[in-house]
Design a protein around this ligand. Structure first.
Ligand SMILES: [Zn+2]
Length: 191
């Protein structure tokens, strides 16, 4: 255990230095839930160029010292849900002892999939603590979060996508209008 190093690795995204004006981000362990704090965190986040959500997840995993594995739902889970006519969540965060899993529905469009993965990654980067876990489809553990943390994770996903795809160039894809609307709604909730 190297507590000092671990403490530093909890907030590798911030350029904040000792002596900067204190604000809510100074508590390095508090979950980030306020829109403005999420926006600041996203502005400081190093994004892969060209943008790749899997690469971002693996970089975040490396920096915090606990890997993040991004996977589609196992085929049998999808088949079982189909058979039972149950709608799977688009994605879920499945905390593990050594590795945290982010699962997504493989039938999503690539744009929607990216959003779903970014949302779950948002919980990690914003240091959200699951409010509980519910067994999902037998093999997965689904972390549940409080509403303010859900809003923050949504904001994170939209803001990262906006930054990632606003670079211009051939790889840029505009954020879908319906995503912008939802982001606007979340922003309304903040003071
Ligand atoms: Zn969530």
């Amino acid at each position: 255990m190297r507590p000092a190093r671990e403490a530093r690795s909890l907030l590798p995204w911030s350029r904040r230095r000792r002596g900067d004006a204190p604000d809510v981000c100074v508590d390095r362990h508090a979950p980030i839930v306020q829109y403005r704090d999420v926006a600041e965190l996203v502005a400081d986040l190093e994004l892969p160029v060209p943008f790749d959500v899997n690469e971002l997840c693996s970089a975040v995993g490396k920096r915090r010292g606990k890997a993040i594995e991004v996977m589609p739902y196992p085929g049998e889970v999808v088949a079982k849900a189909d058979l039972a006519d149950v709608a799977l969540p688009y994605g879920l965060f499945s905390p593990g002892v050594h590795v945290d899993g982010i699962f997504y529905d493989p039938r999503l469009s690539s744009e929607h999939r990216e959003h779903v993965i970014l949302h779950e990654l948002g919980h990690v980067v914003c240091r959200h603590q699951p409010a509980g876990e519910e067994p999902s489809e037998g093999v997965l553990r689904r972390a549940t979060f409080h509403d303010d943390q859900e809003r923050a994770a949504e904001s994170f996903a939209y803001l990262v996508a906006e930054r990632a795809h606003a670079r211009g160039g051939l790889d840029a894809e505009p954020v879908a209008p319906e995503y912008r609307d939802v982001l606007g709604r979340y922003a309304q909730l903040e003071d």
